[in-house]
Each structure stands twice: as C-alpha cells, then as structure tokens.
Design a protein around this ligand. Sequence first.
Ligand code: HEM
Length: 159
Amino acid sequence: MEIANSKAAGELLNWGDVQKMKYSWSVACEAMRLLPPSLGTFREATTDFVYEGHLIPKGMKHPHSTHKNPECFPNPEKFDPSRFEGQGPPPFAFVPFGGGPRMCPSKEYARLKILVFMHNVVTKYKWDKVFPDEKFIWTPVLLPTKGLPIKLFPHNKSK
Ligand code: HEM
C-alpha cells in the first residue's frame, strides 16, 4: 500500500514505482512457487553424468521439481513470501521462468504485467472467488478448472 498511498487518485504507476514493489513481487513469486504457471521446462540429458553422487542417465528428462523441496524451501507447503527477501532461494531452486540460456525471455515483461495487475486489483477492488475450492490443472500451462470467476467490489466508485 506504500506505493498506492503515494499516488493521487487516478495517477498511473511509473517505472520507478514498479521497481519499489518488492513485497508484491515476493507474493507473486511465492504464488508461482506453489503453482507454477507453466508445468516446467523439460531438459534431456544428452550423455550419462554424475551430479552430487547421483547418476543422471542419458535420455533422462527433468521437469522442475525443486519448488517443494524442503532443502530449498523449508516447510514447503506454507505460503510465505518472506522466502524471497534478502538472498532469497538458492540458485536454480525457483524456476517458474526456466533457467539457463533458454529461460523465458519475457520474465521482466511478465513481472511488469503482474505487478501492474496486482496494484490495480488491490487498490481498486475487494474481490471474492466464486468457487473458493476451485482446482487447478496443468495443460501444460496452469488453468483454473472453472475459469476462476471472481466478484469485484469497487473500493470507491469515484476513482
Ligand atoms: C508469468 C508469465 C510467464 C511464465 C511463468 C513463463 C514461463 C516460461 C518458461 C518456464 C519457459 C521455458 C524456459 C526454459 O526452457 O528454460 C518460457 C519460455 C518462453 N517464454 Fe515465457 N513465461 C511467461 C510469460 C511469457 C510472455 C508474456 C511471453 C511473450 C510475450 C513469453 C515468451 C516466451 C518465449 C518466446 C519462450 C521460449 C524461449 C526459448 O525457447 O528460447 N513468456 N516461458
């Protein structure tokens, strides 16, 4: 709310505002940790190799599986945005956008869109899910099974 409180009614966000929205981004990251928008990236080992004592055989495919590993994220089922504060998770443990040379080229664009969306929804509306226990499936992108309808209640109709 720090950014929202610094803006006049109807004033748009600027780039500097978005850079300051660190807690909102931690919340978005924690949501993407628990429910990655994309099922993950598949990498195929082109040769046998050993990593930290584990044989990775040629042909093995790896979707990302670290998001709920308690060594990377203690108490992994808990929604806790503070995991992303300070140094944050270990390298390559949090990979909703993939990693390495083929990682999502739109990560920063997606961050901008997500933060602007969150800012506007939170500052303009109170909202409720129509189906509180709606399930999500991956197809391979994350989809709400009933389309995630929500009811919006404007905070202030004059804005
Ligand atoms: C929350 C939003 C998004 C998420 C979570 C996401 C996630 C991903 C993931 C996991 C990959 C595979 C990366 C890899 O193989 O290591 C990927 C690739 C890609 N994404 Fe995104 N993405 C998002 C938004 C977008 C948007 C908005 C665009 C385009 C405007 C986009 C364009 C691409 C492209 C072109 C690739 C292929 C990159 C390559 O193979 O070199 N993504 N994305």
